[in-house]
Write a protein that binds this ligand. Structure first.
Ligand SMILES: NC(=O)c1ccc[n+]([C@@H]2O[C@H](COP(=O)([O-])OP(=O)(O)OC[C@H]3O[C@@H](n4cnc5c(N)ncnc54)[C@H](OP(=O)(O)O)[C@@H]3O)[C@@H](O)[C@H]2O)c1
Length: 290
């Protein structure tokens, strides 16, 4: 079994971006990310800290705008986004989810200029990726991170059986499309899939994004499979674990990601890749694919 080291691969992305962003700065282009947070959700604050740390590391300017839930509604949030859309010094806009219930999240997300949509959540960017890998400019960061991991470890996708467990708009569906774009034969499972093991056992590449600790056990995995665990859960001891029973599955897998230390770190690195690519798109320069 080989461990797919998210920290190591994320560092290679940071090293590349540091050089690319330094080169942009010599042309007086200074990539800037604005993060909007409503409320003080503990997990959101921790994610934002890592995103801002990654920005600092790569030379991206980051700004955090925070609102108390009671002082913001859908319309005022949309107005703020329109203001940021029109600001030429802002290259990336990220609205941290979850938003409070009284804010209509889909309308807020829709307001983000697709060229500044560094989370890749707008219908325009999600729709574009349906066309082919060539059109994957700003795609959701977590699936992009998985692709970067597979590329780094030189794991072929073309012609392989890929099984995606989980079908959310944020992870499962875009991941399935990205694997399909690279010519895998893709199966997508959801909560109503009758016999999950029958599907997962087929996988050469198994990606799991559900949010249930221990969902995937060794007997559900084919010998030699590549297993990517996107899930983040807290076990009874308060420790972070994925959806895959790591001990059990690592006896079967050829490659496996740890949790923590796998996909989470890649997601943040790929956000920085998206900020860089968004900047290039806005300046009508060619976005770097790698
Ligand atoms: N590492 C990272 O950077 C990162 C980033 C994002 C998310 N995550 C983690 O990834 C996990 C999934 O996130 P998400 O946003 O995609 O969650 P989500 O929106 O709750 O979606 C979960 C998906 O899993 C499916 N599902 C539920 N039970 C299942 C089962 N028994 N068998 C097969 N599929 C099942 C659901 O099916 P239905 O469609 O039928 O409801 C749904 O499609 C969470 O643990 C989250 O914390 C990690």
């Amino acid at each position: 079994m080989n461990l797919m080291d998210g920290k190591l691969v994320a560092e290679t992305i940071y090293a590349r971006l540091q050089g690319e962003i330094a080169a942009l700065k010599t042309k007086d282009i200074h990539p800037k990310l604005v993060i909007i947070l409503v409320g003080d959700d503990h997990a959101s604050l921790s994610y934002i800290r890592s995103k801002r740390k990654a920005a600092e590391k790569t030379g991206v300017i980051s700004e955090l705008i925070t609102y108390k839930p009671e002082e913001i509604d859908t319309e005022s949030l949309i107005n703020k986004i329109h203001e940021l859309n029109a600001d030429p010094t802002v290259n990336g806009i990220l609205v941290q989810v979850p938003l409070p219930k009284h804010v209509r999240a889909p309308e807020v997300m829709k307001a983000i200029d697709p060229k500044k949509d560094v989370d890749g959540f707008t219908a325009y960017n999600l729709g574009k990726m349906f066309l082919s890998a060539e059109f994957e400019d700003l795609v959701p960061c977590t699936p992009l991170g998985v692709i970067r991991l597979l590329e780094y470890y030189k794991i072929p996708i073309l012609g392989k059986e890929a099984v995606m467990v989980g079908a959310s708009n944020l992870v499962g569906k875009p991941m399935a499309v990205m694997l399909l774009n690279r010519k895998a034969t893709v199966t997508v499972c959801n909560s109503k899939t009758p016999d999950l093991a029958a599907q997962t056992k087929k996988a050469d590449i198994l990606v799991v994004a559900v949010g249930k600790a221990g969902l995937i056990t060794g007997e559900m995995v084919k010998k030699g499979a590549v297993v990517i665990d996107v899930g983040i859960n807290r076990n009874a001891d308060g420790k972070l674990v994925g959806d895959v029973d790591f001990q059990d599955v690592s006896l079967k897998a050829s490659y496996i990601t740890p949790v923590p230390g796998g996909c989470g770190l890649m997601t943040v690195a790929c956000l920085m890749e998206n900020v860089y690519n968004a900047t290039l798109i806005q300046k009508s320069l060619e976005p770097g694919k790698k």
